[in-house]
Design a protein around this ligand. Structure first.
Ligand code: HAM
Length: 422
């Protein structure tokens, strides 16, 4: 019979790799908390309408990449392709934006039916933060500072590069879109197929094209900076000044437009050359209209980012600096009478915070010791009928030759503490 394989683009994270994941997740959570962000946990499935109304019908994500299905009631639902829309939905549903600001973080799997390749998966993981209620550039700078601290917190030898841009207000984008379409229409037949299509649906996304011919044409294209409204321009200048003050290096990339429709003003991406074609590790920006667009009575300014955990873990894994947590004790019991006692000792050691593995099933002393050796435990606890009848235990140091002691059972924890410390 054939075996069943995982769905394409959806990965298993095996025990050894999950150590790196846990380390990265822990560092991220600590950093989010040091900036006073609080966790929000959101469903993996939402109504399809939520993403259509926020990310935008014309975007690749909504038009081509969502896992959408009808549930048993005939309602259209989708696996979430990102977390921002759910955050806004939950905030509105639970009154989190009523006369209060919010700093939130989330972490979890997202789903996009993209063509799988290194760093691009159909189930991938994001950690994100979203700040609601602040209109000024200081919160944009804070969000960027959080991401910048993450690279330091994980000791990445080379920080990803920060690229920033401003998309201005709605009028900015409308007038820029018109200028860009007018310019590119003259070259329509020389554009790549996707860009030709986007000229009609989502012209700003042409700026993202990887096609060399299209990139050449774009060199002469008008820049969004010239269409920027005065307030957005001042906001952007103030953000740049704050980043300089925080000593965060950046470059302005006028072609950075992002693939989701909800952004205005600040957008940014952290990119690296170390992951091949999928270089964006973290991306985000400001989305001041989204709360209103999703039914909020007021305009609530907002800004945030999401970072791609699969990509970040790959960067960290190449460093091999994650300390391996060793097993402390392996429990070996020989003879039928000894099993109950061995359970009792194992549980006592766990109560004291030690990691303990027990031999399960039947096995000779030799085979159990072999397992203990393989387990990587520092100490083996040996229990035979002699030990049980004299209320004692034998501890064997697995990294030292002939280092074995038999002691009264009451001294077990104290003796183990000594052996671990040695
Ligand atoms: P995004 O640029 O679509 O933005 O995704 C953010 C990050 O998620 C990317 O930079 C990348 O690292 C990772 N990512 C995206 N797609 C995949 C994939 N198929 N495989 C692996 N990693 C992937 C957002 O999702 C916005 N919600 C960010 C945001 C939050 N803006 C404001 N707040």
């Amino acid at each position: 019979m054939s075996t069943v394989q995982a769905v394409r683009g959806m990965n298993d994270i095996l025990p050894q790799a999950s150590q790196v994941w846990q380390h990265v997740e822990q560092v991220l959570q600590n950093i989010f908390h040091t900036y006073s962000y609080r966790e929000i946990r959101l469903p993996v499935i939402e109504k399809t309408e939520l993403f259509a109304r926020s990310i935008g019908e014309g975007t690749d994500i909504v038009a081509k990449e969502m896992y959408t299905f009808e549930d048993r009631n005939g309602e259209s639902l989708s696996l979430r392709p990102e977390g921002t829309a759910s955050c806004v939905r939950a905030g509105l549903e639970h009154g989190l934006f009523h006369n209060q600001t919010q700093r939130l973080w989330y972490m979890g799997p997202m789903f996009r039916h993209e063509r799988p390749q290194r760093g691009r998966y159909r189930q991938f993981y994001q950690a994100g933060i979203e700040a609601f209620g602040w209109v000024g550039p200081d919160i944009d700078a804070e969000v960027i500072a959080v991401s910048s601290r993450i690279w330091r917190g994980l000791n990445l030898p080379q920080s990803p590069r920060l690229e920033i841009n401003s998309l201005g207000d709605t009028e900015t984008r409308q007038s820029y879109r018109a200028q860009l379409v007018a310019y590119l229409s003259d070259y329509e037949n020389d554009l790549d197929v996707d860009s030709r299509q986007r000229l009609k649906t989502n012209p700003l996304r042409i700026l993202d094209s990887k096609d060399a011919g299209t990139q050449k044409i774009l060199e002469g294209a008008p820049s969004i900076r010239e269409c920027l409204d005065e307030e957005s321009s001042a906001h952007f200048d103030a953000l740049c000044a704050l980043l300089q003050q925080l000593d965060i290096a950046y470059t302005i990339n006028q072609k950075l437009v992002r693939g989701l429709d909800y952004y205005n003003r600040t957008v940014f991406e952290w990119v690296t050359d170390e992951l091949g074609a999928q270089g964006a590790v973290c991306a985000g920006g400001r989305y001041d209209s989204l709360v209103e667009q999703l039914g909020g009575k007021q305009r609530i300014p907002a800004t945030g980012f999401a970072l791609g955990l699969d990509r970040l873990v790959e960067l960290v894994a190449s460093l091999e600096t994650i300390p391996d947590k060793d097993l402390d004790v392996y429990v070996i019991a020989i003879g039928t009478e000894t099993k109950d006692k061995s359970w009792q000792y194992a549980e006592t050691l766990r109560d004291h915070g030690y990691d303990v593995e027990m031999f399960c099933g039947d096995g000779s002393m030799k085979s159990q010791l072999k397992r203990a050796d393989k387990s990587g435990a520092l100490v083996s606890l040996l229990l035979g009928e002699d030990e049980v009848s004299s209320n004692s235990v034998t501890l064997k140091h697995m990294r030292r030759k002939n280092h074995q002691v038999t002691i009264p059972a009451v001294d077990l924890v104290r003796q183990l503490q000594e052996m671990v410390r040695e």
